[in-house]
Design a protein around this ligand. Sequence first.
Ligand code: HEM
Length: 262
Amino acid sequence: MSEGDQHAALTYTSYLALDEVLGAQRPRSAEHDELLFIVIHQVYELWFKQLLHELAFLQRRLEDGDTPHAVRTLRRILTILKVVVAQIDVLETMTPSQFASFRARLDAASGFQSGQFRELEAVLGRREAAVAEHYPEGSEARERIAAAMARPSLFDSFLTYLRAHGYDAPARPDVTVSVEPSREVQATLLRVYRDDSGPASVCEHLVDLDEGVQEWRYRHVKMVERTIGDKPGTGGSSGAAYLRTTLSAPVFPDLWAVRSEL
Ligand code: HEM
């Protein structure tokens, strides 16, 4: 018996688990547009998974003080962010009445409940225990969000990176609390920008990342406004009014604060 008889040969379909992936779209209505809605959310979740993977890698590279690999990883993250922002265009081809045709079938389901999105926010520095508590006790989402909030955020890894490059950037005494703007950190950042070498380029890429996240929030709220107007969200919030409160909160406040002094 040859080896090929014992183990099914790897194929495109089996390697990519396409039976599972392509079997995972289960519309709840017969409406034409529901498939697009499902596919786009699933694609988002796949990109969120990849972003989390890249961000974990980025944190390790920063903690090693490795500028070339940190910058390369940041470029990949930024390119993915551009793709996820651009994808909103596809969903905006769906009119309010097309969405309304199946919206009631979503019950209380909403992007609001995306565990990976909350984990991304936590990796980027969001620290609010209540966020994890929205997920059932013992669930993977709850554990992953809580774990991300308990370990150093991307900004903490960046401070470690600055120290590795000889800058005075003390570690935050408690990484489980949100990053607060700090005059001390800002003074260090001004020195970094004046030196204008590798660390300054990392700073600029982090600002791009911050702006990219804000851009996604802005495009998402505009899509929501044009698709459901002022109707409340399926996730139980006030909808666009709630989403507007999340706009323009910076991920890295110190990197924005120094800009008027540069
Ligand atoms: C027709 C399309 C969409 C509409 C009408 C819509 C609507 C909403 C609304 C109203 C909220 C506020 C929470 C609530 O439901 O009460 C929300 C939150 C959210 N949505 Fe969407 N959404 C759409 C598409 C998407 C897509 C494609 C994604 C990609 C994953 C997404 C991800 C999110 C996330 C992550 C939140 C939480 C934001 C936060 O709390 O900061 N949404 N969405």
